[in-house]
Each structure stands twice: as structure tokens, then as C-alpha cells.
Unconditional design. Structure first.
Length: 399
């Protein structure tokens, strides 16, 4: 027996058909995809979305009844035809072919991600079997394993040394700190670069980064001896001390010194945004599983880090890179490289920027658009409702 032949008729949204292939990958002997003459580019994108070990089993062509009939008639084994993303006319042709060869018709409900299997031949009413295509076993770890990728977290919120108030844990406090930073963007857009500059100059002593008063003079460009801005900085430094992010704060006229536990340094420098996006994404209700600060190795010597990855209840895979500093073409390319490792154009890509919408340059918008990357700003992450809106209707969606 040559195994199981899966025929996919492409047209619209293709991820349910891809997910169906991933679910059945162990039994598939061959995959043939057909598309209409108007959308031949879908075939290449669908192939690129397959795990490498399935691409050798993949063929594609422009849809025609004769070609579909011929492909199925030559296969000596089980045949299933997925019409989920198919236009109406090719789907009708698929039913005729299925009746002729006792093949299965597969259709997945986009709303519920329930896969229906129809066996039309020989029955006045087709036999129907249903199964949940996105059950609880399809988590991020399993999804990545289907592409031959491992997952490991390169940073955890549990590494923080903070001071919970007794009613919340580190995760809750870490999220509240992130919310506080976003809500006070007007001052943190200046304070975070200052902290990054200070920590870059700090001396490491017995598990702490020591920020001395004199270091401020090498970072003046971030506060410019502005009395009003410095007063706001003092308020926020006091807040950071109150939650335990920094310790032993001593203030002076236009000066301050403090200590930062080394375990908190990465959080202050940007991991707070990774975790904030993760927790806010959970609150949207969109995802059945998601992770933050994940490393996805592509080889023994290559590390690929992604700040957020999630599988939605509607069968989409999302990845996001969160940046509190400047964005270059390189960061955009890295995001695309990671997407290509785990599904290509089947993956929705987001770059989360810690800046306001009016501060995003036309050049960055253009460069992101060329790479099918959606940009999010502080306005988009101020609440779960705002983020849900952007996740639900991406400007650049998956196949």
C-alpha cells in the first residue's frame, strides 16, 4: 500500500487544510494541491508552510477536473480530498471524483475547527464522522514539534526578584508593572532608554548592578537636565523601588543611585513587554495556548528567539516580536526567518513597538508591509479589547 493520498483544493483560507495535514502527517504518502489559474501563488505558499519532511511528498497543479480525476485514479490506496479552502466549482468536482473512487471528502468548520469526513460513494446519505481538529493536545510545543522544532523558554517571569503584595504572584505583579509602563508611556518613552544607558555603565557586584550618580552624566541626552522630566523620573523610580525592581534608591538634585538585582535586569531592559503581551493575549480569549520568550533552535549552532507565539481557537498561529528600542531592517528579517521555520505564510506576524502610532515612520511601515508584518503600537496594547481587535483583523493575515 502506498499510503494515504491527501488532495487539497486551495482558494481561500488554507490554514485549516494545513492543520489537517499536520494532524495526519504520520500516515500521508503523498500530498497534491490544486489551485485556480487566478491564484497560482497559493501553491508555493502552501508548500512553504509544510514541514520540511512533507515537502518531498508534495506536488501541485492548476485545478481541472481531468487532472483531479487522473491524480486520484492512479493512487492505489486511501484517498481524501480537502475542500475546506476550495471555491465552489472545484468543490463540486471533488464530490464527483470522490463518488467515483470511494474517496473521503474533508471539510473543516472555520468557526469551530471541527473536521468533518464524508464518504459519499455508495450511500444515498453520506457517512459523516466529526472530530475536533484543535483539541487540547495541539499546544505550542506540539505544533513546533510537527516542524521538527524544539521549544525552550529562555527567560521566565519566575526569575524576577520583586515584592508581591500578598494577594498576587510574580506573574500578576509582572503584568501590572507592564500595564503601568504602557499607561505611563509619556514618561517611560524617556525613562526606559535612560535605564538602558545606566545599566550599560553599571558595575556588577555580588548579584547586583550598581547604578552610581556619576553615570547619569554620561546619559544626559535622555533627560537633558529638564526639571519637570526629572521629577517624573523620581516618581517612577520610587514606584520601581516599591515593587522591588530596584533597591536602595538614593535621590539627589538631578541625580540618583540605586541597585538592580541581576535577575531583574532583563525584565527592565525589555522582557517586561514580552510578558505583558503574553498575559494580555491570554485575556483576549483568542488563544487556546500561547508562550513567551521562547527559543526555537534551527540547528546546533543557531538560536532563534521569539517573544510571543500563540495558537488561536480559530486555527491561526501568531508570532510577535516586542521591541522597546529602535527597529532596523534586520529585526524585521529575523522575524520573517523564524516564521519561515514554523509555517511560513501560514503564520501571522506582528512587531510590537513601544512607541505611539504617530512616532512610527513611513519607512518602517513600508518595510514591514513588504514582509507581511503587522505593526502594533502602544495604542494597540492598552487593553485586551484593543489587542483582540488587531489580532482578529490583521492587515497581513496568514494563508
Amino acid at each position: 500500500m502506498p499510503g494515504h493520498l491527501r488532495v487539497v483544493l486551495l482558494g481561500g483560507r488554507s490554514f485549516p487544510a494545513l492543520l489537517s495535514i499536520l494532524r495526519d502527517s504520520g500516515e500521508l504518502g503523498k500530498i497534491i494541491a490544486f489551485s485556480t489559474p487566478q491564484r497560482p501563488h497559493i501553491l508555493e505558499r502552501f508548500r512553504d508552510a509544510l514541514p520540511p519532511h512533507l515537502r518531498d511528498k508534495f506536488e501541485s497543479d492548476i485545478a481541472a477536473y481531468e487532472k483531479l480525476f487522473g491524480a486520484v485514479s492512479k493512487w492505489d490506496g486511501r484517498v481524501s480530498i480537502d475542500i475546506t479552502p476550495s471555491p465552489k466549482i472545484p468543490a463540486l468536482a471533488a464530490w464527483e471524483v470522490a463518488r467515483s473512487f470511494n474517496a473521503e471528502i474533508i471539510y473543516t468548520s472555520i468557526a469551530s475547527m471541527v473536521r468533518l469526513r464524508f464518504v459519499p460513494s455508495g450511500y444515498s446519505h453520506p457517512q459523516v464522522r466529526s472530530e475536533n481538529l484543535l483539541d487540547r493536545s495541539m499546544d505550542v510545543k506540539m505544533y513546533l514539534s510537527l516542524y521538527g522544532r524544539r521549544m525552550k523558554r529562555n527567560w521566565s517571569i519566575m526569575e524576577l526578584e520583586v515584592i508581591p503584595d500578598g494577594t498576587s504572584d510574580k506573574g500578576d505583579l509582572g503584568f501590572e508593572i507592564g500595564r503601568h509602563i504602557v499607561e505611563n508611556y509619556a514618561i517611560y518613552q524617556h525613562l526606559l532608554p535612560l535605564l538602558r544607558c545606566l545599566l550599560n555603565k553599571a558595575e556588577r557586584i555580588e548579584g547586583f548592578a550598581l547604578v552610581e550618580r556619576r553615570a547619569l552624566y554620561g546619559c544626559q541626552k535622555h533627560w537633558r537636565r529638564d526639571r519637570s522630566r526629572w521629577k517624573k523620573f523620581e516618581v517612577e523610580l520610587e514606584y520601581m523601588e516599591s515593587v522591588g525592581l530596584i533597591r536602595h534608591l538614593k535621590k539627589g538634585l538631578f541625580s540618583a543611585e540605586f541597585m538592580v538585582p541581576l535577575s531583574n535586569e532583563q525584565f527592565i531592559l525589555g522582557k517586561w513587554l514580552d510578558f505583558y503581551i503574553y498575559r494580555l493575549s491570554r485575556d483576549t480569549g483568542i488563544f487556546q495556548d500561547c508562550e513567551y520568550s521562547v527559543e526555537i533552535p534551527s540547528s546546533e549552532n543557531t538560536r532563534n528567539e521569539i517573544d510571543f507565539i500563540g495558537i488561536s481557537r480559530r486555527g491561526r498561529v501568531y508570532i510577535a516580536e516586542a521591541k522597546t528600542g529602535e527597529i532596523t531592517r534586520k529585526e524585521l528579517d529575523v522575524l520573517n526567518t523564524i516564521a519561515d521555520l514554523i509555517g511560513g505564510r501560514a503564520v501571522a506576524r506582528y512587531m510590537v513597538l513601544f512607541r505611539s502610532r504617530k512616532q512610527v515612520s513611513e519607512s518602517l511601515v513600508s518595510q514591514a508591509g513588504e514582509r507581511w508584518i503587522n505593526l502594533l503600537t502602544v495604542e494597540d496594547i492598552s487593553s485586551a479589547e484593543d489587542l483582540r481587535s488587531r489580532f482578529s483583523s490583521p492587515e497581513f493575515g496568514p494563508i
